[in-house]
Design a binder for this molecule. Structure first.
Ligand SMILES: [Zn+2]
Length: 379
């Protein structure tokens, strides 16, 4: 930007002064940034470790959950997902369109990118597509919510029976779509108010094994995307940080929708966030916002260690990303059976988890919902 000086015209001198001013401003910015970093003592990639979420007031929680509606989730988000959608099928393509058109219809302005690739499978080369929706692509740090949208493939002799994977993972995908719609106004505002922290939604293809689970026959989408993100500089042009460094926390939702799920603790380094989910569950319980929820804690158990479960988080975990794996243990009794269908879903559990997840996202993003006119915040 700084040019060498020679015999200069008035215009060149003016430009040169302008450039000198820019150089000075840039230097000042670099100095100020360095000073802030020196004071705080941490580079941006470490900010996630000391990130503090806000705690919404009761009025704010009521305002936030009033935007969500389980009937809307069911009809608009979930039903279109309850189709056979193994990689390469017509249903898989239709579900991609459903996800893209839902997010594209929102006011927050999601950037949706496709990660298309071909991978060798037991059935030969197959095409896969991950969908990555980012609220504010220029934000360095992202809270990530993820699910897989493919369904498990069953060979042709089973085709009079349809495997639609209602809990695996149509409901998690529907929860993410409903969250984006219910919080659309708040997320739009967050884009302006908090340029360094944003929300990213990842819909993986090819989570399921096509024949038998192995390191090469499973996690097709997440293995591809984790490798690609590790090789993509972030912010753009960075030389020593990549898109995985931008992930504050990777929240993977799987096998959700059956009654009485228990989410145990797989990863001690993210225990505080599982504890926060438990805390939100308790707050909503005492506010009578949860249905068929007899005790104040039914779902989230940070004090109960459970064994690691192989899932789409693994390629990210192996590269140092911090994981919150929201998968119930034990698995739903309908897991990988033809009974994993709409009839066996538990509406109350889905609505309860829907509310808890939305409050979690608002609090993590330091985002307060707009209160209806006339109501007052308690604190
Ligand atoms: Zn499965």
């Amino acid at each position: 930007m700084c040019e060498g000086a020679s015999a200069l015209t008035a215009e060149q001198q003016s430009r040169r002064h302008h450039n000198m001013f820019l150089c000075f401003t840039l230097s000042l910015t670099v100095c100020v940034t360095a000073a802030i970093q020196a004071v705080s003592g941490i580079p941006w990639t470490q900010e996630k470790l000391s990130h503090r979420a806000i705690t919404l007031t009761d009025d704010e929680i009521r305002a936030a959950v009033s935007h969500t509606d389980v009937e809307q989730l069911w009809q608009r988000d979930l039903r279109p997902l309850l189709v056979i959608r193994y990689p390469g099928s017509a249903g898989n393509q239709a579900v991609q369109e459903h996800i893209k058109s839902t997010l594209g219809s929102l006011g927050a302005g999601w950037e949706v990118t496709e990660d298309k690739f071909v991978s060798q499978t037991p059935y030969g080369p197959l095409s896969f597509t991950n969908l990555v929706a980012t609220l504010n692509p220029s934000a360095k740090r992202r809270l990530v919510l993820a699910c897989h949208y493919d369904s498990k493939y069953y060979p042709t002799q089973w085709h009079d029976l349809e495997f639609v994977g209602a809990t695996d993972s149509a409901v998690p995908c529907a929860l993410m779509l409903e969250l984006a719609r219910a919080l659309d106004e708040e997320l739009k505002a967050q884009k302006r108010s908090s340029p360094n922290l944003s929300l990213q939604l990842i819909f993986f293809d090819g989570e399921e094994a096509l024949v038998r689970w192995s390191s090469t026959d499973s996690l097709y989408g997440s293995r591809h995307l984790a490798q690609k993100m590790a090789l993509t500089p972030h912010p753009p042009g960075a030389t020593d940080t990549n898109q995985l460094d931008g992930m504050d926390l990777f929240v993977l939702l799987d096998l959700i929708g059956a009654p009485t799920p228990h989410f145990g603790n797989q990863f001690p380094n993210t225990t505080p966030w599982l504890s926060r989910l438990q805390n939100i569950e308790q707050r909503l319980h005492f506010m009578n916002e949860l249905t068929d929820h007899p005790d104040s804690v039914e779902y989230f158990w940070p004090d109960r260690p459970v064994a690691h479960v192989l899932d789409d988080h693994v390629p990210f975990l192996n590269r140092g990303v911090r994981i919150l794996h929201l998968i119930p243990y034990p698995f739903p009794s309908v897991w990988h059976t033809f009974e994993d269908n709409e009839q066996n879903l538990d509406r109350a559990t889905i609505q309860n988890l829907n509310k808890i997840l939305q409050i979690f996202v608002l609090e993590y993003l330091n985002l307060r919902p707009v209160l209806p006119t006339g109501s007052q915040s308690a604190t």
